[in-house]
Design a protein around this ligand. Structure first.
Ligand code: PLP
Length: 267
């Protein structure tokens, strides 16, 4: 028998193709040495080509999953991904407050709005709930550049605008913001800028890989950071773990189906 590992909880959507969402989260949790628990917020009908449809889970069922996990095995860190609607965000926040997400328990908010193919995974009117309910509770918020534009209206093109975006997210109440540069065309490296509430900055750089197969990359970064936090790492150390994990995951991504293959979880 082994010792009980730390527990990380992902509150997000499924991907029937096994590439992104909760499947990527649980793979990252396992690879990074923590037990992965899941609160399913939505079921997507999805393959490597795209998201064909999704079905939101009743908000009270999402909340009940969070309470069931926290009340039994405890949660050492949690993350959100696809939450689909304002009603689900509200239920997550209510249950999260009861179990200490963002206060006692580190809470990573990945503000998932759309898939890499451009399919909406969040109702447009729910952006306001992300801004006013989720982000103020976040230990860390991890938007890509499209999500930055939607949330704070900043077009990130360089370091200065990435910093401006991070500060706008901190102004919404996040404990820290990681602005992910992966979608910035033309740069040789992928630079992710982490800004903490005290204004401290850290840059995480990796070589850009030319691959079509990055499905689930954003989820995997947020969940590997969450795993680090569940293991008791300080935030900067957990982000460094996440950056190392995702860099390797993209290097070892593989083709699958007719569309975009997933990042790997070999670690
Ligand atoms: N499906 C689900 C359930 C997700 O949570 C996400 C991303 O967060 C995606 C699909 C999209 O992943 P990608 O943009 O890597 O294709």
């Amino acid at each position: 028998m082994s010792d009980t590992p730390p527990v990380a909880l992902a509150i997000a959507g499924t991907d029937s193709g096994g590439g992104a969402g909760l499947t990527a989260d649980v793979r990252a949790f396992t690879a990074c040495g923590v037990h992965g628990a899941v609160a399913v917020a939505a079921v997507t009908v999805q393959n490597s080509v795209g998201v064909q449809d999704f079905h939101p889970i009743p908000p009270e069922v999402v909340a009940a999953q969070i309470r069931a996990v926290a009340g039994d095995m405890g949660v050492d860190a949690a993350k959100t991904g696809m939450l689909a609607s304002t009603a689900i965000i509200t239920a997550v926040v209510e249950a999260g407050d009861q179990v200490g997400l963002g206060t006692r328990v580190p809470f990573v908010v990945d503000p998932v709005a759309a898939s890499m193919h451009g399919h909406a995974l969040l109702a447009p009117e729910a952006l306001e709930a992300v801004r006013t309910l989720l982000i103020p509770r976040a230990t860390l918020v991890t938007p890509n550049l499209d999500e930055v534009r939607l949330l704070v209206g900043v077009e990130v093109v360089d370091d200065d605008t990435a910093r401006e975006a991070a500060r706008a997210l901190l102004d919404l109440g996040a404990g820290a913001a990681l602005v992910k540069g992966g979608h910035l065309e033309g740069s040789a490296d992928v630079v992710d800028l982490l800004v903490l509430a005290d204004g401290t900055e850290h840059r995480f750089t990796s070589p850009r890989r030319s691959t079509e197969h990055t499905h689930g990359g954003g989820d995997s970064l947020a969940s590997s950071i969450t795993a680090g936090l569940a293991r008791g790492m300080a935030l900067v150390e957990a982000v460094a773990l996440g950056k190392a994990y995702i860099t390797r995951a993209v290097e070892h991504a593989y083709p699958l189906g007719a569309g975009h293959g997933p990042v790997s979880s070999v670690w």
